[in-house]
Each structure stands twice: as C-alpha cells, then as structure tokens.
Write a protein that binds this ligand. Sequence first.
Ligand SMILES: NC(=O)c1ccc[n+]([C@@H]2O[C@H](COP(=O)([O-])OP(=O)(O)OC[C@H]3O[C@@H](n4cnc5c(N)ncnc54)[C@H](OP(=O)(O)O)[C@@H]3O)[C@@H](O)[C@H]2O)c1
Length: 266
Amino acid sequence: MENVAPGGGRTSSMVNIDEASRSGNTGNPLEKRLLGKVALVTGGSRGIGKAIAARLAALGAAVAICGRNEVKLQETRSGLETSGARAFAMKADVTSPREIAALVSKTEEQLGSINILVNNAGIGMFGAVQEKTERDWDLVMNTNLKSVFLVCREVVPRMMAAKKGDIINISSLAGKNVFAGGGLYCATKWGLQGLSGCMAEDLRGHGIRVSVICPGSVATEFGGRGPKDAAKVLQAEDVAHAVAMVLTQGPQSFISEVQLRPVAKP
Ligand SMILES: NC(=O)c1ccc[n+]([C@@H]2O[C@H](COP(=O)([O-])OP(=O)(O)OC[C@H]3O[C@@H](n4cnc5c(N)ncnc54)[C@H](OP(=O)(O)O)[C@@H]3O)[C@@H](O)[C@H]2O)c1
C-alpha cells in the first residue's frame, strides 16, 4: 500500500470515485487485497463513508451502502459500479432495527456474506447541554451509538458462524477529548470507544477483529458547520486510507485503535 501524507493536496470534500480509483490516494488498484470480500458501509452515500466505499471497491471488495437519501445513494452506487465494483445501495435508517435487518439480509442476498462492516453513519450536533432537548439527545445517541449496537446485532452472529470478519467503527478524536459545546456528540463517541473495546474482547476469540478509527476534523458537510480550511483538516480519503490499513493488517493480529490527525495544525 502506498504512503500518502494526510490531506495530500486535495481541496474538496467531494469524492469522485472514478478519479479516486485511478489516483494514488486509493492504493494500487491492481493490488486487489479484498477481492472476494463483501463490505457493508453505513452512511456510504457521501462524505467519509463514500470515500471508504470507493477505497474498498478499489481494493476489490463488493460494497453495500446505506443512507436515507435515495438519490445520493443511487449516485454513489452508480459511481462504484462505473469503477468496476459490484455494488448495492439501499435506503435504510440506522436507527431503525427493522430497516437494519432488511438491509443486512438484502445485502447478503445481493452480494454474499458480509465479511467487513464499517459503522460510519453519524450526525454532528453541537451546543451546550442545557440548550438541547431530550429529542436532540435521543437523535444523536440513536444515530451515532445505538445504531452500532443494532447493526452489529444483525451482522455479528453471521460473522461468528463464518468464524471471521472485520468490524471498523468510525469514532472521532471527540471520543478521546472534551470541548465546549461537544456534550452530546462527545457522549456518543466516548460511548462508541467503550462499545468497540468491549466488542473487540468479546469477538477476538471468534476470529472477528473489531477496530475503532478516531479522526480529527474532516472536510465534509458533517454537522452543518460549513466549509472548512481544507489545508488544515483531514480529507475523507485519509480516513479511507486508515480503513484500508486496518483491513490489510496481517491476519494473526489487529489494530484496535487508530487516531488520525492532519499534519497542519488547525
Ligand atoms: N467530518 C468530521 O469532521 C468527522 C470527524 C470525526 C469523525 N467523524 C465521523 O465520521 C462519520 C461520517 O461523518 P461525515 O463527516 O462523512 O458526515 P456526512 O458527510 O454528514 O455523512 C454522513 C453519512 O451518514 C448518513 N446518515 C446519517 N444519519 C443516518 C441515519 N439515521 N441512517 C442512515 N444513514 C445516515 C448520511 O446519509 P443520509 O443523510 O442520506 O442518511 C451520510 O451518508 C460520522 O460517524 C462522524 O461522527 C466525522
């Protein structure tokens, strides 16, 4: 796998899958290290999830994505197929156990048994705790944390039967640190750190590797915070690169946690 400096010269948060699969920032497309694998990436329609889906496809995996916006989903699926991958997209809200169950069984029907699960879907919600409603709390908790429990509950028994699998949870440096206005979001990501670590211990004996990736600020539409200075934040492809690194680790070991920072100081 090539070494690319984080943020290596990219200026846009948009991920062009065709360009991504040709560029050096997705790994050597000839090196199909994930050929024959099936990956499910939640929130794979845009932002970080889209970059992860493109990278896994470039490495040879068949890729399923979900999200709530059907148009965006089908656009991204079509881009993945144009790059030569087998792809499947399904509208599914990760806060709904019923929609998750349907997503997992449809993915297996369309692409085969899921070997790689990337729990990426998430929302940003910021502001002082006293200004937030119970509805805000439930929304951010259910989307960022409960969803991981719900998706894993569907996928893990299948991986256990196969005695192997990789689960990567996209957390955040906000899961390691605190900041003003971060109460609800940090609570979800600190929770995800604990959930990921415990699941790693539960599942390693079953041949299932659970890893957590903690990026700093990434240039996406996330949290409605507007455009970021692209030179000072991570790019979605940097997170995709970390996912590829975790997945191509030798089979007898696993990388339990990755902390990812831009070289330039914010
Ligand atoms: N951007 C950052 O600075 C940053 C830093 C560290 C960690 N992260 C984490 O990275 C992950 C991805 O963030 P991003 O920056 O790529 O955000 P984004 O650009 O807003 O993309 C979020 C993705 O998640 C999907 N999604 C949101 N709610 C969903 C739901 N209820 N059900 C299904 N899909 C849902 C969205 O699709 P729909 O809206 O169509 O559903 C979209 O595909 C999140 O977990 C976030 O916490 C982000």
